[in-house]
Design a protein around this ligand. Structure first.
Ligand SMILES: [Ca+2]
Ligand SMILES: [Ca+2]
Length: 281
């Protein structure tokens, strides 16, 4: 009843400032009068919220980094050992949304089981496997900032795409580390040491990141495994979905953050060069 009395008092107030003063002293709600509840929630999430935990802290998958753009992203590609831990929980394929109704198995189709390489990125997973993993981890497959899918043609807009914002440090750079290709920093197909050509352990290339805080804590956005994005050109199993950042098979052009215009594969395709990472609010 006390709250009702206060509400009636506020309804009778002649200005927002008066209402704010009443609320501040009421003991009911000490928040200042501001945006509508939905907007306020979004503002609270932006920049200073807590990211979902990674496997090292009772959560699942990589540790997450909160970016200035106001969302969290996995520090690295999801590793095979992390993916295996999820499969050991026997996740149900029956809980998938309509576009993934034909995904009958979450098991990678190659580079599996992890054996002695649990820290290599998990690959040979289709878009639906990636989406299901992220959701089980309390995250989402990286897509639109704020949630949902990136419109297919807007993959290279850092205000819209989480993945693109992370890779370009908010639209600043062509590659995670700067304007020009440096073959020594990330795992591309034109790295000089071809004796170790192929995937490397996630986060092991210590220079493959942005120079800017906090983007600098996110690794391998260019090269190593290319990464599925929640950015598809339709709802069916054959619809094309963007894969981002190029892989150990790509050269200068393919390793750019914006390399995706030509690079979109069918949703249910699973190959050795494509993995993923997850995002969250
Ligand atoms: Ca699958
Ligand atoms: Ca990558």
């Amino acid at each position: 009843m006390r709250i009702s009395t206060k509400l009636l008092t506020i309804l009778g107030a002649t200005s927002l400032a008066a209402a704010a003063a009443l609320l501040a002293g009421s003991g009911v709600d000490r928040s200042p009068i501001g945006p509508a509840p939905d907007s306020a929630k979004r503002l609270m999430r932006t920049g200073d919220g807590t990211c979902p935990s990674g496997a090292g802290d009772a959560g699942a998958g990589p540790e997450m980094i909160r970016l200035p753009a106001g969302f969290c992203i996995d520090k690295t590609e999801v590793a095979r050992g992390q993916y295996a831990a999820w499969l050991e929980t026997s996740p149900s394929v029956g809980k998938q949304t309509a576009e993934c109704a034909k995904n009958e198995d979450f098991t990678p189709t190659c580079n599996w089981p992890p054996d002695a390489e649990p820290n290599r990125p998990v690959t040979c997973v289709d878009w639906c496997d990636a989406k299901a993993y992220c959701e089980a981890a309390g995250k989402r497959l990286c897509g639109r900032i704020g949630g949902g899918a990136v419109p297919f043609a807007q993959y290279d807009d850092p205000v819209i795409s989480e993945w693109h914002a992370a890779c370009t440090s908010g639209g600043k750079y062509e590659y995670p580390y700067g304007a020009e290709l440096d073959t020594k920093l990330c795992r591309g197909g034109d790295a000089e040491d071809y004796t170790t050509w192929g995937l490397v352990d996630v986060g092991s290339l210590t220079g493959c990141h942005s120079p800017d805080a906090t983007y600098q804590d996110v690794f391998d956005l260019s090269g190593n495994a290319a990464e599925w994005e929640n950015a598809c050109d339709g709802d069916g199993p054959e619809a094309g979905c963007h894969i981002r950042g190029g892989s150990f098979e790509h050269n200068e052009h393919g390793l750019r953050c914006a390399m995706a215009r030509e690079l979109h594969w069918p949703r249910m395709r699973a190959v050795a060069a494509v993995g993923f990472r997850c995002c969250a609010d």
